[in-house]
Design a protein around this ligand. Structure first.
Ligand SMILES: *[C@@H]1O[C@H](CO)[C@@H](O)[C@H](O)[C@H]1NC(C)=O
Ligand SMILES: *[C@@H]1O[C@H](CO)[C@@H](O)[C@H](O)[C@H]1NC(C)=O
Ligand SMILES: *[C@@H]1O[C@H](CO)[C@@H](O)[C@H](O)[C@H]1NC(C)=O
Ligand SMILES: *[C@@H]1O[C@H](CO)[C@@H](O)[C@H](O)[C@H]1NC(C)=O
Ligand SMILES: *[C@@H]1O[C@H](CO)[C@@H](O)[C@H](O)[C@H]1NC(C)=O
Ligand SMILES: *[C@@H]1O[C@H](CO)[C@@H](O)[C@H](O)[C@H]1NC(C)=O
Ligand SMILES: *[C@@H]1O[C@H](CO)[C@@H](O)[C@H](O)[C@H]1NC(C)=O
Ligand SMILES: *[C@@H]1O[C@H](CO)[C@@H](O)[C@H](O)[C@H]1NC(C)=O
Ligand SMILES: *[C@@H]1O[C@H](CO)[C@@H](O)[C@H](O)[C@H]1NC(C)=O
Length: 816
């Protein structure tokens, strides 16, 4: 009996409880009950909420939809972006014609749904759990048959299930429109939608009517210009049939919340809600880099991020205006060197993993194979390129381009879209004549055989010689050095690094990732994979490697060899203690280096640099000296690394101007960062920064001080002027040090970072200063870049992908 009673009570309480739940959330707006400012609708599953809001500091009121269950108010739809209610008198109701209308106190209509008039009295609006506000006739039963829905009028946000694109039957073009700014939801400059582009649709962001970004056509798997891999976050879908052409996505599962936004500067960003940290994270954005910006390089170019110059003429083309090209103005692009005339030798060069040209002048045939496509293109002299339409199942269909090839970029290796461009006979020769490769192989085999024979001859002769005179024969030391440079084969490197296993990765330099490896003989090595698109020719590369291999100094990392099969790699000796930055930044007092060690490291770096600048037979300017490029061997001897990409000069050139500025913010001398002028003095500047970082234990780049906005250099100089240089010393520095020596080092550091290159000492003077006990040093003048410079006037282009530290090797293109 008791049990029965209890169950009944339990049941009643449960049903009461669920009743309360049901009553709490009102998701329907009927004609009798309007919504006033302050009221809200909440969708049945409590996912979305509709009401009035004011963005930022504005007092304007907007009718909007936001997530109900996300604490950070995230607006996903706005009705009256261009017509705000200026006070809290706004009312949303269902008007007489069966439309949703938003009126103010004076009954002025600020916004209304644009559906047909209806005389039905039973029209209701409902906020669905998808975030869709729908208007429907309640007397009708057919689900999905809406009079109007907010999903057809996207604001700046695309939610799961929303369609971006066309309903061809109704001529409805659903596109996203950016806000004016993050604080102002009125219509902004950018739109994002599906461009039908003749026959082949693409997603396009436009600024006004001008294309700003295009996704490339859907190739069956992905948008060909946006090689996103399948992921556990969202599932994209593209529909193209005679009735509809649209893009949509679903969240990966119920518990994943993502949305995509077109922001006020035309960037499409995808956000993922992170339940743990309770914040939105951007998982990708488009345009992602400079090469994504539509036509950034002009016609007939290939845009390559991370290359010396991002814009490159395609094979067989040359800059339209060399002068413009030289001053990094790309917009006029390239023109073909020789007009194509269908002569016998012409052929096609395959460009792998690229975003195919925009569909301006083209024809297509979905049933042709690639071979037929090539033939079709070959026949017609004005056909410039061809490609498959569909990349699934090995590729099918044929696209032919006539006229200029616009907006082509190199994609990651995973992109499976190839493009074949027409090249003349002479360009074809250098590209892919198989038999020539074979001849080359045959010649090199013959050469090796010859060498072996020669070697045995010499041995034999030498033996005879030694027998004759009793003296052994030694090669001169230098030749020995160059002989030690090994060409490694790729398989050896793959085995040594465990197939470039991630756990072997040591880090990422400016020109590619570095892996640890172990050769079969037990020797440990560091392998640097140079980023693929280095445009240097093979011979130049080999020459340069030979030159670097000849640099032998105890304060330079030794190059052991290289690999040139398939990709280019440099093989260095492995430094067990890693790089200097881990010892001077972010350490604890326990593992902090004592002063003597820091001083020895400073002197070691100075010696290495002196060798590069003066003592080696070549004049070498490092250009990217920084803490992470100084490695430490097991006795904590510093060794400068990454000089592989430094500029090598045979002669006595003391000042050079470059258009391509490589280096790292915080270490670059002003004349170099701004004007591209580099000399040994720009290395001295970097050395000065490094010296001050070693003493202070702080990064120049990250340095900030509550009292002023100087960077580390400015801070050091200020303390110097106030005669408080000792305040600059790393508080973590263990106590036993000679204050006057540290102060002398600060003094030298400040001399090295002076603004004018001529004022800076050269490396041998620096060493003298560091060595001498009591030389009277000149007073330092104002340092260069002592206030953090904003990067407003320069285009910054990251060439390293590893962004986990603030220290990224950058390529700075001069702003024009
Ligand atoms: C909003 O107001 C606060 C306080 O008046 C001010 O600090 C802030 O800069 C304002 N924000 C904007 C975007 O105007
Ligand atoms: C809809 O109703 C409004 C107001 O009654 C009227 O002015 C308008 O002409 C109607 N439109 C159509 C298409 O019937
Ligand atoms: C409404 O739907 C229910 C069940 O889904 C059905 O039984 C009913 O006949 C429908 N009413 C109308 C008017 O279509
Ligand atoms: C949703 O997917 C994530 C991984 O993507 C997984 O961790 C989670 O368990 C899934 N949730 C549900 C409810 O399936
Ligand atoms: C898109 O659909 C139209 C109509 O069905 C068709 O003609 C066209 O070839 C399709 N485009 C692609 C790229 O599949
Ligand atoms: C838009 O997004 C990009 C990339 O995330 C960002 O750099 C830019 O500042 C954003 N613009 C605005 C106005 O928020
Ligand atoms: C076609 O052009 C090539 C160079 O591009 C030239 O050598 C050849 O003579 C031309 N042939 C004809 C038929 O004009
Ligand atoms: C497409 O190519 C096939 C095979 O070459 C050909 O039979 C067909 O006529 C072509 N279609 C068009 C529209 O050119
Ligand atoms: C080459 O193709 C273009 C574009 O389809 C066409 O206008 C032209 O007539 C073709 N020329 C020849 C010789 O077939």
């Amino acid at each position: 009996m008791d049990i029965l009673c209890f169950s009944v009570l339990y049941c009643i309480s449960i049903s009461l409880f669920s009743l309360a739940e049901v009553c709490k959330s009102v998701d329907v707006l009927s004609s009798s009950e309007p919504i006033r400012d302050g009221d809200t609708l909440v969708s049945a599953g409590e996912k979305f909420q509709l009401g009035f809001f004011s963005p930022g500091n504005s007092s304007n009121r907007f009718l909007a939809i936001w997530y109900h269950n996300i604490p950070e108010k995230t607006i996903v739809w706005v009705a009256n972006g261009d017509n705000p209610v200026t006070d809290s008198s706004g009312v949303l109701r269902i008007g007489n014609e069966g439309k949703l209308v938003l009126v103010n106190q004076a009954e002025r209509v600020l916004w209304s749904s644009n559906n047909m008039n209806t005389s039905s009295q039973s029209v209701v609006a409902q906020l669905l759990d998808s975030g869709n506000l729908v208007l429907k006739d309640d007397s009708e039963n057919v689900s999905g048959n809406y009079l109007w829905q907010s999903f057809d009028r996207p604001s700046n946000t695309l939610l799961a299930g929303m369609k971006l694109g066309w309903d061809l039957r109704m001529g409805l073009d659903r596109h996203m429109t950016s806000w004016k700014s993050a604080e102002d939801p009125s219509t902004g400059d950018f739109t994002y939608g599906v461009d039908l582009g003749g026959i082949i649709p693409q997603l396009v962001i436009r600024k006004g009517r001008v294309k700003y970004f295009r996704s490339g056509p859907w190739n069956g798997i992905q948008f060909s210009g946006v090689p996103l891999t399948p992921n556990l976050i969202f599932i994209p879908k593209f529909v193209n049939n005679s009735q509809e052409v649209y893009y949509t996505f679903n969240n990966f599962n119920e518990s994943t919340i993502t949305r995509s936004v077109l922001n006020a500067s035309g960037n499409h960003q995808r956000y993922l809600w992170n339940e743990e940290t309770q914040e939105w994270t951007v998982i990708y954005m488009l345009p992602h880099d400079a090469c994504d910006v539509y036509g950034n390089c002009g016609p007939n170019t290939m845009c390559i991020v991370g290359d010396f110059q991002i814009c490159n003429c395609m094979t067989g083309y040359q800059p339209k205006s060399q002068a413009e090209w030289d001053s990094l103005v790309w917009s006029s692009g390239c023109v073909s060197k020789n007009p194509f005339n269908c002569s016998k030798g012409e052929g096609f060069k395959r460009l792998e993993g690229v975003k195919i040209p925009d569909l301006l002048q083209f024809t297509m045939n979905t049933s042709m194979s690639l071979k037929e496509c090539e033939f079709e293109c070959f026949k017609n002299c004005s056909c410039r390129a061809y490609a498959n339409i569909d990349a699934t199942g090995g590729g099918s269909g044929c696209l032919l381009w006539f006229g200029d090839l616009l907006d082509v970029r190199k994609l990651s290796v995973h992109a499976n879209q190839d493009l074949y461009i027409r090249v003349s006979a002479s360009d074809l020769d250098s590209v892919n004549s198989k038999w020539k490769e074979w001849v080359a192989v045959a010649i090199s085999v013959a050469f090796v055989v010859l060498l072996v024979v020669l070697y045995f001859c010499i041995i034999w002769k030498r033996k005879k010689h030694a027998q004759g005179t009793g003296i052994t024969f030694d090669l001169p030391a230098e030749d020995e050095n160059s002989l030690q440079l090994l060409i490694f084969d790729r398989v050896t490197i793959l085995q040594a690094t465990n197939n470039f296993c991630d756990s072997n990765k040591l880090g990422e330099g400016g020109f590619g990732p570095v892996y640890k490896g172990q050769l079969p003989n037990g020797q440990e090595i560091a392998v640097k994979r140079l980023s693929e698109d280095s445009r240097q020719g093979l011979n130049e590369f080999k020459n340069e490697v030979m030159l670097i291999a000849k640099l032998q100094h105890r304060n330079l990392v030794k190059l052991l060899g290289c690999c040139i099969e398939e990709e280019r790699m440099l093989i260095y000796e492995y430094m067990p203690n890693g790089s200097l930055d881990s010892f001077i930044f972010g350490k604890t007092r326990e593992n902090s280096l004592v002063w003597r060690m820091r001083f020895d490291i400073i002197v070691g770096i100075a010696r290495g640099l002196l060798y590069l600048h003066r003592d080696s037979r070549l004049r070498i300017i490092h250009r990217d000296l920084k803490a992470s490029n100084v490695l430490l061997d097991n006795e904590m001897n510093p060794k400068i690394s990454d000089f592989g990409m430094a500029r090598v000069f045979g002669g006595d050139i003391s000042l050079v101007k470059t258009k391509r500025i490589v280096g790292t913010y915080g270490y670059m001398a002003p004349e170099y960062a701004i004007d591209g002028l580099f000399s040994t003095k720009s290395d001295i500047f970097s050395f000065g920064v490094l010296l001050l970082e070693i003493i202070s234990g702080k990064r120049n780049r990250e340095f900030n001080h509550p009292d002023h906005c100087f960077n580390l250099l400015g801070h050091a100089w200020m303390l110097w002027l106030e005669r408080k240089a000792s305040d600059f010393i790393d508080p973590q520095l263990p106590n036993s040090f000679d204050l006057s020596e540290v102060v002398k080092c600060i003094h030298v550091g400040l001399l090295c970072v002076q603004r004018r290159p001529d004022d800076r000492p050269n490396m041998s003077t620096v060493l003298l200063m560091l060595d001498s006990e009591s030389a009277s040093l000149p007073q330092p003048k104002q340092p260069g870049f002592y206030i953090e410079r904003s990067s407003e006037h320069t285009n910054v282009e990251m060439s390293g992908r590893n962004c986990n530290s603030n220290e990224i090797t950058i390529t700075l293109l001069e702003g024009r």
